[in-house]
Design a protein around this ligand. Sequence first.
Ligand code: SF4
Length: 907
Amino acid sequence: MNLSTDHLAVRTTCAYCGVGCGVLATPKEDGGFAIAGDKLHPANRGRLCVKGSALGETVGLEGRLLYPQVRDAAGLRRVSWDDALDRVAGAWKNIIAEHGPDAVALYVSGQLLTEDYYVANKLMKGYVGSANIDTNSRLCMSSAVAGYKRAFGEDLVPVCYDDLELADMIVLVGSNTAWCHPILFQRILKAKEARPEMKLVVIDPRRTATCELADLHLPVKAGTDVWLFNGLLSYLSRIGAVDPQFIEHHTNGFDAALDVAHADCADPAVVAKTCRIELPLLLEFYELFAATQKTITAYSMGVNQSSAGTDKANAIINCHLIGGRLGKPGMGPFSITGQPNAMGGREVGGLANMLAAHMDLERAEHRDVVQTFWESPAMADKGGLKAVDLFKAIEEGKVKSVWVIATNPVVSLPDADQARRALERCALVISSDIMQNTDTTAYAHVLLPALGWGEKDGTVTNSERRISRQRAFLPAPGEALPDWKILSLFAQRMGYAGFDFADQHSVFDEHARLSGFRNSADDVPRAFDMSGLGGLKHREYDELEPIQWPVRRDAEGKLKVEDRLFKNGVFAHADGKARFIATAPRAPLHAVSEDYPLSLNTGRVRDQWHTMTRTGKSATLADHIAESFVDMHPQDALLSGVREGELARITSGWGAMVARVQHGGGIPRGSVFIPIHWNGQTASDARVGALVNPVVDPVSGEPEFKHTPVRVEQFRVNWHGFVLSRDELNLDSIAHWTRIQGREFARYELAGRNTIEDYTQWARALLGVTDPDADWLEYEDKTAGVYRAVHVVDDRIAQCIFLSPRQDMPSRAWLASLFVKQELSEIDRVGLLVGMPVEKGADTGPTVCSCFGVGRNTICNAIVEHDLKTVAEVTACLKAGGNCGSCVPEIKKILVHTRVEAEEARL
Ligand code: SF4
């Protein structure tokens, strides 16, 4: 009987980026569950990108932290929750009594639900009495927050996603939207398909996948955005593309901002030279902007992660204010957030320089509102330590204990080796996490098991201020608890009243009510107001539909929502006016030099998330890009003495790492790009955070992830190799390795400096094959240094190893396909011995479309065989590109390439 289980679907929200897509998790008859996009969710209307689609592959219990543990001389041992929390509370009481409240700190995460975040913030600022709570959101969007606050008086995102479809022009600045916010990018592309006259402009030093579908790409030199937008401001004023009424009645500071813009950027030729772009390209952008009132300028990490990130945000906002381009459909400056709940963290004051409900620590009337509402005994009255400063203070011994929640600073912070040193020296490190082994939990004295996605329940807020429910559909594993609960139990042990929350609903209710408390024009007005959601009944909270704030109730008790802000031209500064900010351009603090001649840019790849503790579990997501890489211009590679496909050591003044050289084609001379994801569990030495300079923006405290001077050199090895194995390997003796999750196996890319005397003995030892009668096929060419072996158990491939002094080794995709076979055929065995597939079409090539598992070779063959001319034809033929669309730019590139090659071959 095939019973439909659709009615059992749980509506929840994706765990990854700030798009905040709605997800349906439906139990299956086999005990698993299916993941699909929620058609009713306004952010994604049923679509999911490949990361969202693969969520089901990341929720298994392998590697989970399931019980509280403490570390003593003998190592980690399991303890009860009472033991663990008593130990932490006892230690914090002593530290606070002896050294004061600023000697302890929380370091939290945009992965937390709003309810968790709210309790953490209340605990530190209202009860411990310190603002030493910062979040990893400091690393991705704090410059955007500071920019909005300076311009609008409060951290207010003026636009909504629908505006992207209503705009006549979208300018994407420092945002590889196609890879990092794929569903938003799909919405933009659909809008452009419907209205081809709509313009898409990309401003990015790299030619990313996003550029493939843009009308105009400005490959500006990293760090020159302020020159570019000051130049635009100056240009708009010169040609009269201004709204004098709006400027006069709704803004302040215009003249000062314009003076500064004119000072350095009045001459487009100078701006073009500084930004290292062609003058006609610059003028084309300026003219387009001037002529297009309905323009959205969307920006993310390329703007924020800079020592001038706040100024960059304000330089953009200035260009919208000058023409009154905000508050109306299809226009406005739009910061796209990176994490699923960066916005929720902003609402509750999760940053060290913010108070709850968008109030300010420095303002006495704000502190009074919050303290009165909380009835709390203490109240922090100055900003706490921001992320980078916090870890410096830990290393210096000023902060004696840090509680790290749902984040992995030993991988993600700049100067990440400093973060490791800080935790090594810290007297008490507490880590609440879902994973047992991370680069950070390795330094924890107390480990506390938290619920993960699918198990926890609460709310998140996406980039357009839309609050959505994340709902549980899996049981709590082991003794794991929700973060809000762990923090509340701890607070009670500290003797603090105000933490007797019955459940996440009661936390949410308090948060919603605080936003409306004394929030009126004649008291302490704030734009952030979700008081309409205060007093929800339990069932109403459980069934809450995605809803934007501000959300209040009208006289009849009906919910009133504002999709778009500043419609009436009234801003949150005391005088109701927006501020132009004078943004004098400045270059990154550390310039490239003879020793470090290249500028390092970091960012995400399409199918991975942050430090891979979750996405690293998915074989689907590992298919696209398996190893960390350093993408660089071929001429820079030549000058550095490295070649594509080889390993290179990349060194900065702060640390070093190893990655494989590639020429993606989109990197300008003088810079390199390295992804942020690989950690100490997935690679021997590929943490790019170790290289990044810990320079921060003076206003926001956001680090400069987009520019660090580095050099690239050969990483010399004697041999290259790889293993596919159903069993885990011990890799202690290997000079460089990367572990990649496969289906029913793990793949290890290896490189060694040792000389292998006896290949058979060495390979058997590495693979742990001790049985002399094991079914072991091997081939060895000692002179060439080539070796391959296959270990077969019960006619199934169990392990295989390939070694060579060169990179020219067999297709991993072909070998991976053998691991799902129940029995190896004779032809498979022949292929394994000769080191290549014997059957035609067996090697599908590296994955391009992760949603449907379509490889590059399959696409190339189909293009030639069926004379495919468009992406739509490729999709019709192979399905590739037909789901989330993230691979469409890549397919487009392959199409052009393959057709040119085929044509050349024909001639
Ligand atoms: S775009 Fe992808 S990663 Fe982002 S929320 Fe949607 S499904 Fe998740």
